[in-house]
Design a protein around this ligand. Sequence first.
Ligand SMILES: Cc1ncc(COP(=O)(O)O)c(C=O)c1O
Length: 317
Amino acid sequence: MTAIHLQGDTSAASAIPPIVNPAAGVAYLDGAFVPIEEAKISVLDFGFTRSDVTYDVAHVWNGRFFRLDAHLDRFFASMAALRLKPAEDRVEMRRILIDCVRRTGLREAYVAMVCTRGRPPAGSRDMRLCRNQFIAYALPFIWLATPEKQERGIHATIGSFARIPARSVDPRVKNYHWLDMVKSQQEAYDRGADVAILLDLEGNVAEGPGFNVFAVSAGAVATPDAGMLEGITRRSVLELCRSLGIPASERKLSAEELRQADEIFLSSTAGGVIPVTRLDGRILGNDAPGALTMRLREAYWRRHETDPEAVAVPYDD
Ligand SMILES: Cc1ncc(COP(=O)(O)O)c(C=O)c1O
């Protein structure tokens, strides 16, 4: 394995060849940096067999992390909720995440942090005996919808599968319980749509695979207040609304209200503010992204340039 060891083991590190093609992705696990193709966990890891794992995804744009500490806060809250305690502390994790990106050289990157339960001792199924493992990796940026597609606006459908109830799996703890979303997304493709929006059991909007949902009606923005991950991009959008004087509320949003909305957009680390121009075949506006959506989208990307908390990656070149 092409591993670069941490923790001052310079003799080992200098004896190991550098990662070939680091721009394809670099991962950290078990105290070492490895090429992304070599980053593997056991098939016996409860993260794999039971989805007993949590994760978070931040991004780097123009060589700077956007809201890294907000992602780390959420990741730590998720680990605490699941009683996961990896060996690395927050300062180390932050350093490792930055180092993963530095090693890739990527100026635009998708950066994941994962904590998995680990595997139990042979013959046991006691989760308390597992060694929880922190994994990090940086990849070329991943788009939920490419910038070209965003210019046109994406097409959404309301799926027939309900989001897993929050009482069963807390959606605020970022998780891989995605089969409701996978089924919904397959349905979306079957219907010729780009993405599926999931409702909760009462028929209110929840979220979708990798994004939060917003409706714009009569100049006011609304987004669900429950049953979804509290997205960092969603938070940015609400803050931007406040600073731009756009009325915005977090509240119940019925499917009917979404269907009647003047504009719809999605929010995600994987692409920012993403305009929706069709919902179940209904054309919104004149089949082009709405004006308010575009204003927020521009403000979101502008904030990347002006954010005083952005964390610069110390690249080698
Ligand atoms: C289920 C779900 N909802 C919402 C989001 C959006 O969250 P964020 O803006 O923090 O990327 C994600 C992100 O991956 C997600 O997986």
